[in-house]
Design a protein around this ligand. Structure first.
Ligand code: ATR
Length: 266
């Protein structure tokens, strides 16, 4: 019998998740369906109840419902708790198990696909919104030393304080002058408005990786990083890798991602 999954968001028509999961399912011979569902802005909980009553096995959650998904879960993984957001739900009887695979997807893309080991690396994470919350714990677990910079400095400090005792601090962009980083990650929404992030020249250590979580176009951050001589990557690999982690949680089999990333790039 076909087992049903979905991605829930609003809007959702642009989502590549159905295509990605269809490729995973074909490749691993899993008999599943995966559709995109637009929930009304005030109708997330009702949509989850409908899917459960119709026998769906799980779903992915995207903007703007990741926090509501966090609240509706009856059990949470440690990384979902750290993220304060959920992008993957499993329905098991009465249980609604919430996880967050975004950070694991980012780490996998950086380390496995781009060949950059994070252990003991100086990582600059720009932004202190939902995208940053989603990735801090997995980056720390990979052994990175993290500096968070944010336009509103207090939010960077607040995020860093959630992980006291570990290798992390938060501050402003002005604090960055004279500092060098091996990996610089853009988790701000600045690229959406074609705005630049206020980085000083010389922020990239030799051979540094500049990673933008956005995909689909060159952001001002990516252009800046290229001009500064950094290796540049967009967030398409992260998108596919976070989906692969979710698929593995649901199906117990890990799909191969390189061909899926290559197909989406075309
Ligand atoms: P998301 O869930 O995508 O992270 P968000 O919670 O609205 O969205 O957070 C957006 C992040 O991008 C914030 O860290 C924001 O900085 P502020 O906290 O100071 O608002 C950051 N951001 C947005 N536009 C920016 C810009 N033009 N320059 C620098 N940072 C920007």
């Amino acid at each position: 019998m076909i087992e049903k999954y979905a991605v829930i968001g609003n809007p959702i028509s642009h989502s590549k998740s159905p295509l990605i999961h269809a490729m995973f399912a074909k490749q691993t011979h899993q008999d599943i369906s995966y559709e995109a569902i637009e929930a009304p802005l005030d109708g997330f909980a009702a949509t989850i109840e409908r899917l459960r009553s119709e026998g769906y096995r799980g779903c992915n959650i995207t903007v703007p419902f990741k926090f509501e998904a966090f609240n509706c879960a009856t059990e949470l993984s440690e990384r979902a708790r750290a993220a304060q957001a959920v992008n993957t739900l499993c329905f098991e009887g009465e249980k609604i198990i919430g996880d967050n695979t975004d950070g694991a997807g980012l780490v996998r893309d950086i380390e496995h696909n781009l060949g950059v080991t994070l252990k003991a690396k100086r990582v600059l994470l720009m932004g202190a919104g939902g995208a940053s919350y989603g990735v801090v714990l997995p980056l720390l677990t990979a052994g990175a030393a993290i500096t968070i910079a944010n336009r509103t400095t207090s939010k960077a400090v607040e995020l860093s304080m959630k992980f006291t005792g570990t290798s992390i601090r938060g501050g402003s962009y002005e604090d960055l002058s004279e500092q060098r980083f091996d990996v610089v990650i853009n988790a701000t929404s600045a690229g959406l408005t074609d705005s630049a992030v206020p980085l000083p020249d010389g922020i990239f250590a030799p051979g540094a990786l500049a990673y933008d979580m956005m995909y689909g176009r060159e952001t001002p951050f990516m252009a800046f990083a290229r001009a500064q001589g950094a290796q540049v990557a967009d967030g398409l690999g992260m998108l596919v890798e976070q989906a692969a982690v979710a698929f593995t949680i649901w199906r117990g089999v890990r799909p191969e991602t390189a061909t899926v990333i290559a197909a989406l790039r075309k």
